[in-house]
Write a protein that binds this ligand. Structure first.
Ligand code: AMP
Ligand code: ZN
Length: 266
């Protein structure tokens, strides 16, 4: 789940409080390119009896398209991890500027400060740009901002410059964590999947709001076939994403988490 340290609407403690109310026992914060909210969430979790697993969501480039990889249980203070995340955050800031430049060329007078005023954490992303476009009167809604300007393949879209999936998996492994392919949906070919598994991928996010029962079964089959781990969750953001009702609705069994812990010690 995401917090104000990337593009979520809740603070880490707010997210812990809402998760507790939603009946969850164990959660993970998976901010984009940021681990800054983890300590606050762990502390808030201790106070109310909710376990918080350190997590993050990284974007990787694969032949011009994006693959998202989740890291769980990593040491979020690991020096080379923190250095890489800082470089991703800088790359995100530069990419936001490139998107703003493209919008300006389309005669949309949005300034980078109109975007940055919505950034509460470390990682500026397209959700902040969408919010700024609506706020400044250049888009009628958050969704329209994506559809018209900044969604994948739209005129002001810009890629992020990050690691390859192999490098991303290595970064997670070297900081003591487990790597999971995030919400693969229908967009991942079996060829890419096999390449990621060969590169040391630990598991797949089987449970996700975007997965139909068929897709869930399909990925659970892959997990079993290749001795991988199953993860899952709501990918909750809150706020503009208007997904409040999904919090607590997408869960995995405690045994899946136990299997992750076993893999960590083996
Ligand atoms: P970024 O990491 O900056 O590329 O932003 C990715 C985030 O933007 C995703 O996690 C979604 O929350 C949001 N997003 C991307 N594409 C769309 C879209 N077509 N419609 C709505 N939200 C989107
Ligand atoms: Zn997000």
């Amino acid at each position: 789940m995401h917090t104000t340290y990337s593009d979520g609407a809740c603070t880490p403690s707010g997210l812990v409080e809402n998760s507790k109310k939603a009946g969850l026992n164990v959660i993970s914060l998976t901010d984009h390119d940021s681990v800054s909210g983890i300590d606050e969430a762990i502390e808030a979790g201790k106070a109310c009896g909710l376990e918080v697993i350190a997590g993050m969501e990284l974007s990787a480039n694969y032949n011009g398209s994006e693959v998202h990889i989740l890291g769980y249980f990593m040491n979020h203070r690991d020096k080379s991890l923190v250095e890489s995340l800082t470089s991703f955050q800088v790359a995100r800031r530069e990419r936001a500027q490139r998107i703003v430049d493209k919008l300006n060329k389309m005669n949309i007078p949005l300034g980078i400060n109109d975007v940055l005023e919505h950034v509460t954490g470390d990682s500026v992303g397209r959700p902040h740009i969408a919010t700024a476009l609506v706020n400044e009167g250049h888009a009628s809604s958050y969704q329209q901002a994506f559809n018209k300007y900044i969604g994948d393949g739209r005129p002001a879209y810009e890629q992020k410059c990050h690691f390859s999936p192999e490098e991303t998996i290595k970064l997670i492994t070297q900081s003591g964590g487990l790597s999971f392919l995030a919400h693969p949906g229908r967009s991942i070919s079996e060829e890419i999947l096999l390449q990621l598994i060969k590169a040391g991928l630990d598991g797949i996010e089987v449970i996700h709001p975007a997965h139909t029962p068929e897709l869930t079964n399909y990925y659970r089959g892959i997990v079993n076939e290749y001795y991988l781990l199953e993860s899952g969750g709501s990918d909750f953001h809150g706020g503009e994403k208007d997904d409040t009702e999904i919090l607590g609705q997408y869960t995995i069994s405690a045994s899946c988490v136990d299997m992750m812990r076993r893999r960590l010690v083996s």
